[in-house]
Design a protein around this ligand. Structure first.
Ligand code: DNO
Length: 360
């Protein structure tokens, strides 16, 4: 297992590589080139420069989060083949800088959604929050603008300007698509790309839908154990794998996350884990919380134990943190609370590991 932190290059992060290097036990970062328009090839020279910057700071770059998928692929349009070819060329370039794991998502139109980016918590910190009733009151086309409006000037991953422009039109497109057609488009993508992921030794790790329930009539695919099973059966290569995001799946209280982890880690299909906690006040209404089990609804000990006991040997990153100690950073991606999360998760990992060696 390797503990990493998400970091945004090109001056688009308040957190520096030097700071990340000082978090005990963190050995690398997950990064992306967020200025490359979705659907275009990521240039090798840019990737080499990124790798050099990260390595010079004493950290590894083995994970990319994320290379986003062009909407034409998700829509199943004839133009998808060109974008799929570009995706494959990007995977080839990633392999040339020794990337081992590629996190992506297959969510239509919008990546993750929150109703509030700076929700005040009782302890005086702020966190991102979701209230389904508030979301339904919003005009879907303006959600991105609202979110970017409170992002402190940082880009928000998954909310690229070109996506915002077409939001209305894209949402309308999916109203006439059945869930099965959407699954077919996902299968088409996987069957085209996974043989190259194998060839170039880059493990693909799909991120769950966030939130994992339907909004604005858009199809959902990676949202519960049955659908994850279906996804993995579309292409059974171990290179067709998962990013388990405990907070995304945890937004549906019916998801038993340790059970999901036990099943798919044992099959060697989990390559990356985003670990964070959520605290519900009612169904579909929650705030993100500090990582500790006692701060939210998820049992972090059981989550870490399920990974360790089922042979997980991929990457873990503490996911979204609260904004604490007066930090001003990209929502969810400050230094302090994620560093506390990393230390806590590494502590749990060590405890589970040592308990196992005692039993032997
Ligand atoms: C949000 C992130 C997502 C994630 C993508 C992966 O903070 O968890 O944007 O990176 O869905 O493609």
């Amino acid at each position: 297992m390797k503990m990493i932190i998400r970091w945004f290059p090109g001056g688009d992060d308040s957190v520096t590589l030097e700071q990340i290097r000082q978090i005990p036990g963190v050995t690398g970062v997950a990064a992306m080139l967020s200025d490359i328009p979705v659907g275009e090839i990521w240039p090798l020279e840019r990737l080499k420069a990124l790798q050099k910057e990260v390595n010079t700071a004493g950290l590894e770059l083995e994970v990319i989060e994320s290379v986003n998928i062009h909407e034409d692929i998700k829509k199943g349009l004839p133009t998808r083949d060109r974008y799929i070819d570009n995706y494959i060329k990007t995977i080839e370039n990633l392999s040339k800088i020794n990337i081992k794991c590629l996190c992506y998502n297959f969510m239509p139109v919008m990546d993750w959604v929150r109703s509030e980016l700076e929700f005040p918590l009782e302890d005086g910190s702020t966190a991102m929050a979701y209230d389904h009733n508030e979301i339904l009151k919003l005009n879907p086309a303006s959600i991105g603008k609202e979110m970017l409006g409170s992002s402190r000037g940082f880009t928000l991953p998954g909310w690229e300007p070109e996506r915002l422009k077409r939001m209305q039109e894209d949402i309308a497109f999916y109203q006439n698509m059945t869930a099965e057609q959407y699954w077919d488009n996902l299968k088409y993508f996987l069957n085209a790309v996974i043989p190259y992921a194998e060839k170039y030794d880059v493990k693909m790790a799909i991120h769950p839908d966030d939130p994992p329930f339907e909004i604005f009539g858009l199809p959902k695919v990676i949202n519960n154990i049955e659908n994850i099973r279906k996804f993995l059966s579309l292409n059974t290569s171990p290179y067709n794998g998962l990013t388990i995001c405990t907070g995304s799946l945890g937004a549906d209280l019916r998801n038993d996350i340790p059970a999901i982890i036990r099943e798919f880690a044992a099959q060697g299909r989990i390559h990356f884990a985003h670990i964070r906690n959520v605290k519900h006040t009612s169904e579909k209404v929650f705030t993100e919380s500090a990582h500790l089990s006692k701060c939210g609804d998820l049992d972090m000990y059981e989550i870490v134990k399920a990974l360790k006991e089922n042979g997980f040997n991929g990457y873990i990153r503490p996911d979204h943190g609260r904004m604490i100690w007066g930090e001003k950073a990209r929502p969810g991606y400050g230094l302090y609370d994620r560093a506390l999360g990393a230390a806590y998760l590494l502590g749990l990992w060590e405890a589970v590991e040592k308990m196992h060696s005692c039993k032997k």
